[in-house]
Unconditional design. Sequence first.
Length: 147
Amino acid sequence: MKKDIDRRLVYLLNVGQRRLNRWIEARLADKGMVSSAQAGALFYLARQDGASIGELAQALDLAASAMTGLADRMVRIGLLERRRDAKDGRAVRLHLTDAGRAALQAANAELAPLNARLTDGFSAAEIDVVARWLRSLQGKFEPPRES
């Protein structure tokens, strides 16, 4: 008899995402490190230092208001600094501080083995299909625009 495969994709995706986030949060908290949301911001700014809050919010798929609160907290604890945009004095850009770079290195070292754990037991071809499917969700379900 063929094994029944659970294909409730929304359920499986939600449960997997919640468990992964809880695992990451616990792992980082146990070490007195940044939150997973803060780590995500640090990882993005490591590649795009000087991004606007809107750019960072879009990259992390957060509402602008949530990103503003996250950025405020990160500025308060010294991980980020705000600087006026040189070309547009009305715009503000977010930059990593030395403390932010140190927190980024610590989070990266702690989470580096995560991809190996996530892909353990799957072939490269299987991971390619999963990654393609997950990327496809971004285009299929655009977030509603904030007014």
